[in-house]
Design a protein around this ligand. Sequence first.
Ligand code: HEC
Length: 144
Amino acid sequence: MKNLFQSKTKRGIMFFILLSSITITVSNVAFSQQGAWTAPPVAGKKVNPLKADLAGIAAGKSLYTKNCFSCHGKAGKGDGPAAAALGKSVGDLSSAKSQAQSDGDFLWKIQTGKAPMPSYQKKLSEIQVWQLINYMRTLKPTEK
Ligand code: HEC
């Protein structure tokens, strides 16, 4: 009797372990498929207080050349001089997919960063990031 009970318990434990590992594997796969980098919905709703005037865009362009060009490249195509060594795609800021995001999404991503992209929370003021975003809106998919 005792042996039968023990083997049932053992089988129960084995079954539990098997089920747990299946659950863990399935949820890991689901998570890795989420892959894309998305800003939290609240952050995306933040509105750009600046008008996209020429002076602001020019300021944004010079900030871009200084801080972002090395990875993102001249026209945002992700082909800057440092990009090849990152071992990760930089993406294309001029693409329709990228440009479909809100200014708030961009603000959050630029301030948060995602390795190897640094966080610019402390390096740039919020106004500077909005200027940068107004410049990024001028990047055209066709330009080289
Ligand atoms: C060291 C290289 C590097 C630098 C410098 C850098 N980035 Fe990035 N950036 C990346 C990489 C890599 C990604 C892709 C991250 C990912 O999706 O995993 C990225 C993604 C982004 C995205 C998200 C694009 C999208 O479509 O979701 C934005 C916006 C962005 N960068 C803006 C900037 C701005 C603005 C600067 C300068 C202030 C900058 N980055 C500087 C490497 C860099």
